[in-house]
Structures are given as C-alpha cells and as structure tokens.
Design a protein around this ligand. Structure first.
Ligand code: SF4
Length: 385
C-alpha cells in the first residue's frame, strides 16, 4: 500500500511492504523525504477511511495496539469500583506520573482500603492522606460518595448510569469510567484526551469546549463506543491521547489508527473557545516562633482549604515591610501565586494569635495536613533554623 506523509510544504510517498503498517526503515525514508522539504508541520499517514464508516476496524486496531502497548497501572489490575473511583478522582486534576510516582494513590488506598473506612474518616485523617494533591474538595467528595453508597445502596455501587450520577461528585464521565473499568459494561466517556483524539480523527474544527461542541464530541463518543469490549476500548482511547495523540504535535507515525484520521493539521486541533486569563497574585505570610520554639500556624476554615494548616497570612500593607525569609511560587487553577514569608519576630512582644491560629511544636508538624506550598517553605525554614 502507499502511504502519504504530508506537511505544510508538501508531501512524500512511501510504499509499505508490510500491509497496513510501515516498517521503521520505511518511516525514516519518508521522514527524510518530507524533512528535505523543510517541513515544519506534523507528518502523518494518509487518511483512508472514516471511523464512522468502519467502526469495527477502528475499534479492533485500537484494541490490538492497546493489548500490545497498554500501560500496567494499578487501577487496571482491579475491578473494585472503590479503587477505580479513587484513581479517577485523583487523575481528574493530577498527572498519572505524580499520582503514582509520589505514591498518592497507594497511600490513600492503604489509609482507606474499602468504602467504610473512607466513609468514617475524620477530616484530619482524610486531608492528611490527600496532602500534596491539592483541590481538597475532591477528597471530601470521595468521602461523601462512600457515605451515600453505604446509606442508599447497602455498600454496593449501583451500575445504572442514572443512579451513579445521583451519587455526590459523580458526573457523566465518572459514571462512564466506573461502568467501563469496574464492570466492563457499555459506557460512554469523554475526558480531555478523548476529546482531542476525536476532534482530530473527525477533523472537527469547531470549538470542543462550548455547549454545542461538548455535546457533539459526546455524541461521536457514543457512536464509536465499543460495547463488546468497553474496558479495553475506553482505556485504549484515553491512552492513545496520553502517549501518541498528545497535545501539541501528535506522534502520527506511531499511531495505530492513523488511517482513520481525517485531520491534515492535527497540531491545530482541538480548537478551544475559552481562554482563561492567568492572574498573578502575591500572598504574604508570617514566620513566628515563640520562646519555646513553637511555630505559629493557622487552621483554615475558608472554602478552599478547609481543615488544612498553613502559615498565617496578612494583607501586604501590614507585613510587607518585614524581612523576607522565603519566596515560593506555585500555581493553582488560573492563579500564579508568589508566596512571601516574612520574619515576624519583631511583632512577638505585642502579638496575640487570632482564633484560628495556634502555636505548634515543630515535632508535631509532620503529622498535620498542610497545604503543599506551605509545607515546602515550612520544612525549608525549620531545616535552616
Ligand atoms: S489520531 Fe492523533 S496521532 Fe493518530 S493520526 Fe490522528 S492526529 Fe495523529
């Protein structure tokens, strides 16, 4: 067969001697031919047939690739909906490498191995087990889900989509993920990876993140979903988006479903309408230790980090004249925060802690659930003191 590699400056052709797939030497020949034209765009094999016309061919190609190349994640070795739900919620805002590489998933499961232990967790234990992952509302929501399954379903997750979506924190993506990965039953699910792959496969140049665009992608996802092998199909599609059909420039030469892909310029897709502006923020905190060496900490009661500990913060005007002991930058959603930690020792003689502030011994700090950016500066300053 003949496969075309195209870019913004032209195209090259390469005959394959291996049927559907190109050997590495053939890929290199074609790459060299295209690169010789000073190509700047992604190279990809020629589109042959729409996924909508050959759904089974598409599903089979995807499944074959996944069986051979799919990664061995712990949540793929279990069928326990409790364990799968924890992985899905963690991965919602956090990379797989972080969740596994830093042991968050393993630690959380060790602390709450089944529904009841999670449902009965107190705030301190729950937040400590989640510490460092951020978006702490997710941990509380997981506990709410566990409680609802125990109270309303006798401790057994329902499999029905509508019943799943009535549980706290479970939307249509998570309901689909539970159905596919825990029970291997027909499901539809779209996350960012799936939306990107589908937008490229179908060459959708309309925004995928406005109401009509979201619905369009979900409709296509429903049409293409494999109801015979849901678990493999959905895991494969998501993984394709993570490792091959990546954001930016995809690796089309390694793509198992390239011949189904309509897009000529996949690096320009998906189109997104919403551009969320980045906001820069300064946060000013106090570093104060009393005459016994105890550290002043603040126990959060607000919306964002309820139950977590941090250094007490003040308005810039009140403390920005004090010596800066540490500066730490971090990002949260659309905010880029610079945390300035000021030496509050000169305030000590007249200082009275507020209701949420208390003196904590340094030896007790490791056991407290502390917001990650504050944990870093506290450990650094305690080490230096
Ligand atoms: S699905 Fe993605 S990786 Fe595969 S050919 Fe299309 S754009 Fe390239």
């Amino acid at each position: 067969m003949s496969i075309k590699f195209s870019c913004d400056r032209g195209a090259a052709w390469q005959e394959s001697e291996h049927g559907d797939t190109l050997g590495m030497s053939e890929i290199r020949v074609a790459e060299a031919a295209v690169m010789a034209q000073d190509c700047r765009r992604v190279m990809k094999p020629r589109f042959e047939i729409s996924v909508l016309e050959d759904r089974n061919g598409f599903r089979s190609a995807l499944a074959r690739w996944f069986v051979q190349h799919g990664k061995d994640y712990p949540w793929r070795r279990t069928r326990d909906p409790h364990e799968i739900l924890i992985s899905e919620v963690m991965l919602h805002q956090t990379q797989i490498a972080t969740v596994l590489g830093k042991g968050y998933y393993q630690r959380f499961l060790a602390a709450f191995p089944e529904l009841r232990s999670l449902a009965e967790a107190d705030d301190a234990a729950l937040l400590k087990a989640w510490e460092g992952l951020g978006y702490y509302r997710r941990a509380r929501m997981l506990r709410e889900t566990a409680r609802a399954v125990l109270e309303n379903h006798g401790g057994v997750f329902p499999q029905d989509v509508d019943l799943l979506m009535k549980l706290p924190g479970i939307g249509r993506y998570t309901a689909g993920a539970l159905r596919a990965f825990a029970w291997n039953i027909p499901a539809v699910l779209v996350d960012g990876n799936v939306a990107r792959v589908l937008a490229r496969l179908l060459d959708i140049s309309d925004p995928v993140d406005d109401t009509a665009g979201i619905q369009r992608i979900w409709n296509h996802a429903a049409t293409l979903a494999d109801h015979v092998r849901p678990q493999i199909y959905h895991a494969a599609l998501m993984e394709l988006g993570q490792v091959v059909c990546r954001p930016g420039v995809p690796d089309c030469l390694q793509c198992p479903v390239a011949r189904f892909c309509r897009s000529d310029e996949p690096d320009r897709l998906p189109v997104k309408q919403r551009k969320i502006p980045i906001t820069r923020v300064d946060e000013h905190a106090l570093w104060m230790r009393d005459d016994q060496g105890r550290l002043l900490l603040h126990h959060e009661g607000g919306k964002r980090r309820t139950g977590l500990w941090k250094l007490p913060t003040r308005e810039a005007a009140a403390i920005s004249h004090l010596t800066v002991l540490a500066e730490h930058r971090y990002a949260i959603t659309r905010y880029r925060v610079t945390l300035w930690v000021h030496d509050g020792s000169t305030l000590l003689p007249r200082f009275r802690p507020s209701g949420a502030e208390s003196w904590q011994t340094p030896s007790g700090v490791p056991a407290l659930a502390i917001a990650a950016p504050f944990r870093r500066v506290i450990e650094q300053l305690l080490e230096n003191s």
